[in-house]
Design a protein around this ligand. Structure first.
Ligand code: FAD
Ligand code: PYC
Length: 402
């Protein structure tokens, strides 16, 4: 500020596109950037471009409610989400960029007998998967979150699944940290550059067409969340993905009120408090497929109304702003990290309503898949599972209503 905001060093370069890259990653969200980062860091592949039609982190990565946890049910999910959570622990040091990881604890409230049984089952599964979660009784829930009304009458809190190592991180810092590290390795970040076509020859990818001209590549990683089907269409194959809007909103800032993250999945709401003091609140997806990257009044009203019994304080708060992102849903609510019918093209998508928490683990696995053609962490998330019926059902663990 003393220099009148002049002379700041740019965090990453904005170069002109080269004619050819060994790997092109489409999509500079968290997953695309992390893929590029681990390609360079772990596999030494640095002739890489990350192509982004807007600004980096401007998709779902910069629009989510930043909840990080790894309390999924199935073994392949526990493995990749727990890898991600553990990488988050050291991410600020690894990137030398403060991603403000805050393992403040994550609660999933049980507000029906059915949920209680479900979360207890998840705790048993997590204990076998080396994911630390535990079941806590209503008294301990109330101690952790004094503003909670646990008495009901309609939705009493019967207990909760607690993941003490869950929490939040600053979403855009995650994108910015990875972006700066990629740029420092000599990779090209091409913002405001839309991929408009995918070129193939003899069943193999040779390059992409973009709003800044054609660029050749050896391999192509499509990591574009809600636009995955659009990119797959350009390459000539289909994906089992539906896109729809998911939205979130924040209240006016208030004094520190709640220092854990709470998900109340029965009433389709979740809440945490940001460092600025705003209560960060979200609900379920739109009930129909769409590409509209914005919020809508009925969701704000319905979710806030539903949360009021459990969090009476919010009845007296003004809501400040709302926004939305386009999430990429699979039928089993698990992601896709996969080779595709086109040689040299890989996809990473289907993270739907829950991929922020997965960014480091997903990037790590995707980089391995792209570099070596196989990644143990990604193996069960291939497209083959939709043909073979090997679904990884996480519709409950996803937590968010769809
Ligand atoms: P994105 O960040 O969306 O990046 C994809 C990029 O691809 C975009 O920047 C887009 O512009 C670019 N792109 C698309 N088409 C093209 C093209 N033709 N050419 C070039 N670039 C293109 N997850 C959690 O774990 N915890 C949460 O609390 C949570 N809350 C959420 C709340 C909301 C409201 C939303 C919307 C999502 C939430 N999620 C949450 C989900 C999470 O945000 C996503 O799963 C994750 O951010 C996806 O990251 P990504 O890198 O795959 O996609
Ligand atoms: O996946 O934990 C999650 C989540 C919370 C809010 C939106 N997604």
């Amino acid at each position: 500020a003393l220099r009148y905001h002049s002379g700041w060093e740019k965090a990453w370069a904005s170069p002109e596109p080269k004619k050819r890259y060994d790997v092109i990653v489409v999509g500079a969200g968290g997953h695309g950037l992390a893929t590029a980062y681990y390609l360079g860091k772990v596999h030494g592949i640095k002739n890489v471009a990350i192509i982004e039609k807007g600004w980096l982190g401007g998709g779902n990565t910069g629009r989510n409610t930043t909840i990080i946890r790894s309390n999924y049910l199935q073994d392949p999910s526990a493995a990749i989400y727990e890898k991600a959570r553990s990488l988050y622990e050291g991410l600020s040091q690894d990137l030398n960029y403060n991603v403000m990881f805050s393992p403040r604890g994550l609660l999933m409230l049980a507000q029906s007998e059915h949920e209680m049984r479900g979360y207890k089952r998840t705790v048993y599964a997590n204990n076998l998967q080396n994911v630390e979660t535990r079941w806590i009784e209503p008294k301990e829930v109330k101690k952790l979150v004094p503003i909670l009304n646990i008495a009901g009458p309609r939705y009493p809190v019967l207990g909760a699944l607690l993941q003490e190592k869950g929490g939040t991180a600053r979403h855009d810092a995650v994108a910015w940290g990875y972006a700066r590290a990629c740029s420092d390795m000599g990779m090209d970040l091409l913002q405001n550059t839309e991929v408009t076509g995918v070129r193939t020859e003899g069943g193999r990818v040779v390059g992409v067409d973009t709003s800044r001209g054609s660029i050749d590549c050896g391999k192509l990683a499509i990591v574009v969340a809600g636009h995955s089907s659009v990119l797959a269409g350009m390459a000539g194959f289909r994906l089992p993905i539906e896109s729809m809007a998911l939205q979130a909103w924040v209240s006016e800032p208030i004094k520190p009120t709640i220092d854990v993250v709470v998900m109340a999945n029965l009433v389709h709401g979740y809440m945490s408090q940001s460092d600025k003091g705003e209560l960060v609140i979200g609900g379920g997806t739109d009930g129909f497929n769409n590409y509209s990257q914005r919020g809508s009044w009925h969701h704000v009203e319905e979710t806030t109304r539903a949360l009021i019994e459990t969090f009476p304080v919010i009845s007296r708060l003004k809501m400040l702003r709302q926004w939305g992102g386009i999430v990429d849903m699979t039928g089993d609510r698990s992601p896709i990290l996969s080779k595709t019918p086109v040689d040299g093209i890989f996809v990473n998508c289907g993270w739907g309503t829950g991929g922020f928490k997965a960014i480091p683990g997903s990037g790590f696995a995707m980089a391995e898949l792209v570099a070596k053609g196989y990644s143990p962490l990604a193996a069960e998330f291939g497209l083959h599972r939709f043909k073979e019926g090997q679904f990884i059902d996480e519709s409950v663990a996803a937590g968010v209503a769809h």
